[in-house]
Design a protein around this ligand. Sequence first.
Ligand code: NAD
Length: 309
Amino acid sequence: MVKPIQQAAVIGSGVMGAAIAAHLAGAGISCLLLDIVPTQLTEDEKKAGLTLEHPKVRSKLAVTAIEKLKKTKPAPLYSEAFATRITPGNLEDDLHKLSKVDWIIEVVVERLDVKRQLLQRIEQVWTPGTIVSSNTSGISINEMVEPCGDAFKRHFLGTHFFNPPRYMKLLEVIPGQTTDPEIVKYMTLFGEKSLGKGVVSAKDTPNFIANRIGTYGLLVTLREMLEKGYTVEEIDAVTGPAMGRPKSATFRTLDLVGLDTFVHVAGNVYDNTTDESEKAIFDAPTVLRRMVELGWIGEKQGQGFYKKV
Ligand code: NAD
């Protein structure tokens, strides 16, 4: 039996997790926002005399995400009224709280091993009836949940929000082989009626629908730029406002998504295809890998193709 969703938990408070929590809070759903416990203090925390045990430090990533949302423009992305619906915390101290929610959404790094391990931890405290979903950009839903038990698998599916979730209408719902059809039906209606999304049902193929096409487009454009000697600004001038897409020019989009995440997403098709021409496209170019090595991963770090000033 499906539990109606009133309380949710988002795990991972990065670019997408924090923004999904904000979207849910805006839709009237109270939401735990959990992340891993930081292992190092920042200089400011040291100066303030805080220790790694301090509650504010232990839920730092979640708190930071909420602080960031406060500064986000335009202002409607954040309001004090719905911020009270978000409770930050960490997985070590708050894992048990997952047994009380109706929907758990996994929004951590785009790596199969990390997601699998997390889902197994979630299963230990999971209550039957609670829906569990992943915001993965394209990792196989079946593979992710493969080590888990049958009851858990029946409650698991992909719910793929797009960045930024408050404005992007699309929500891909991806059933796994064993997902209960009632849950797929419920999530589809919930996405449409309660979250205001246009829901598309996608098959569990690498990168589903939108990212299979989107990643291809971004990679081909990047390669064309490198081969033909265009600049980042020239490509963005053409692929952004001039095409009626004021906010989705090629390199602005890559900075928004996060280059580290993008390399994983491209790698997911690369690793799962035997087609050599497809491999050639989805093999992330050296320039992207080098930028990730340098920590130039986009807006979340203040430097990507563009630098935050
Ligand atoms: P991000 O790097 O901004 O944030 C990831 C967060 O996960 C970090 O706060 C990190 O501390 C946390 N984390 C890492 N390992 C963890 C663990 N074991 N347990 C708990 N938390 C852990 O990444 P993101 O851009 O928010 O992406 C998250 C997911 O959403 C990925 O699966 C990604 O593919 C997907 N996604 C991203 C975008 C995008 O535009 N960035 C869009 C749609 C979907």
